[in-house]
Design a protein around this ligand. Structure first.
Ligand SMILES: [Fe+2]
Length: 221
């Protein structure tokens, strides 16, 4: 790595810090920090939606053609897709799928007896904007049992495709007691980077909503 590149990275990191892009990282340490840590992958899991609408959508709390609203805590799952150099990845395809508030996926393979929610399908897809940002309105998924006494903590599955990299992973919520007992999360080599911050809403969201902020780091974008 030549001096020219090091300076460039410093400048980029400084810029990102100034715009709040690294608010999630808990501080970048010394200004000569070389790179962000890439977000680790996790398994796809059995409930990736096969039957689904391909509409781009940012609001999962209502279903087209129905008047009701999904049950559960409204959240805005949002953040920025970045490269390890701190550059925003614009136009990345961000796909997410998740259980409903009762811990049940709208998927024929889910044998959890928890109820389906007629106002929630749990799948959406959008492209990041020019600053690499994504933002979905959804509900906080419930925890669900997977057998043998193992209960998965609330999590949202993500499939992120940039120009060069694809990342399949899972995002978790801060301060969940089940996080510490989840073998999948605990097996990750960078589990802290899979845990989103949960913040109060700004005046742009509903007063009882929560912001769930999580940046996603791809190697090259
Ligand atoms: Fe899951």
């Amino acid at each position: 790595m030549g001096a020219h590149h090091a300076i460039t990275r410093r400048q980029v990191l400084g810029m990102v810090v100034a715009t709040g892009g690294l608010a999630m990282s808990g501080g970048v340490g010394p200004v000569f920090a070389q790179a962000l840590k890439r977000t680790p992958g996790e398994i796809l899991g059995p409930f990736y939606p096969v039957l689904r609408s391909v509409d781009r959508a940012t609001d999962l709390t209502t279903v087209k053609g129905k008047s009701g609203r999904a049950a559960g805590q409204v959240i805005y799952a949002m953040g920025q897709v970045l490269t390890v150099d701190g550059q925003p990845v614009k136009g990345a395809r961000v796909e997410l799928w998740q259980a409903n508030a009762h811990g049940r996926y709208t998927h024929p393979s889910d044998t959890n007896p928890a109820p389906l929610d007629p106002n929630f399908e749990g799948f959406a897809i959008q492209d990041t904007d020019a600053e690499g940002r994504y933002r979905f309105k959804t509900i906080k998924p419930g925890a669900y049992p997977v057998g043998g006494g193992w209960v998965r903590p609330p999590h949202i599955h993500f499939d992120v495709r940039g120009q060069f990299n694809r990342l399949v992973t899972q995002m978790y919520f801060a301060d969940e007691a089940l996080n510490g007992k989840d073998p999948l999360l605990q097996a990750s080599w960078a589990k802290e980077s899979l845990i989103a911050q949960v913040l109060p809403p700004t005046d742009k969201e509903e007063a009882d909503a929560q912001l769930v902020v999580w940046d996603i780091v791809l190697i090259q974008g």
